[in-house]
Design a protein around this ligand. Structure first.
Ligand SMILES: C[S@@+](CC[C@H](N)C(=O)[O-])C[C@H]1O[C@@H](n2cnc3c(N)ncnc32)[C@H](O)[C@@H]1O
Length: 185
């Protein structure tokens, strides 16, 4: 089932309304509120959280149903986000335009250099997604192309300053890697 149908068929929120634990637990690393992009925003749990903190947030996703729900969630919190229908395999983003990028549970390796270019100097990038260790669990993605190799995020982000890195592997969270990095200049 594609994401659009999944979001449409679910009267609630597929991933809930609360922000990803990775973002919430590491909020101390967030920069001063400015311009943020939530990559593959889905139903907006992370974008709505950032908007509540004072960020001006654009959320990119292919799913119109997801974007509608994301806007609704922000509205419920008395804030707004900018929902953008975009194919992240083709998108162009203005260089040095973003203070913050958040990318949770989405992996499109060729997009990462474009996103890094779009960060302002000292802009920060929060990314967390599944690793190949996830294949042993009965939930989450199973397409190997969408799973990180051990330590791969460290390699992908080697041109930025790494502020935080973790790999988790347990029944509760699944197998994931997360990184927080800052653009040097
Ligand atoms: C696992 S969900 C993650 C949602 C959100 N980041 C979160 O943490 O709640 C993956 C999202 O990627 C989106 N997506 C998949 N391929 C895409 C593409 N090529 N361009 C834009 N969005 C895409 C899907 O529509 C879906 O909303």
């Amino acid at each position: 089932m594609d994401w659009d149908t999944r979001y449409q068929n679910n009267p609630g929120y597929v991933f809930g309304k609360d922000p990803a634990r990775f973002l919430l637990e590491n909020r101390i690393f967030l920069p001063t509120p400015g311009v943020a992009l939530d990559v593959a925003v889905g139903e907006g749990r992370n974008a709505a959280y950032l908007a509540r903190l004072g960020f001006r947030v654009a959320g990119f996703d292919l799913s119109k149903a997801g974007l509608i729900k994301a806007s609704r969630l922000a509205f419920e919190h008395g804030v707004a986000i900018q929902p953008v229908i975009a194919d992240l395999t083709k998108v162009a983003i203005a260089p040095a335009s973003l203070d913050l990028i958040v990318c949770i549970n989405f992996l499109e390796r060729p997009l990462l250099p474009v996103l890094m270019e779009a960060l302002k100097p000292k802009g920060r990038f929060f990314m967390e997604t599944y690793t190949k260790g996830q294949l042993k669990y009965s939930f989450g993605p199973s397409n190997i192309d969408h799973l990180l190799k051990e330590g791969e995020l460290l390699e992908l982000f080697k041109d930025l300053s790494i502020l935080f890195y973790q790999e988790l592997d347990n029944e509760l969270t699944g197998a994931k890697a997360g990184i927080i990095a800052e653009k040097r200049h």
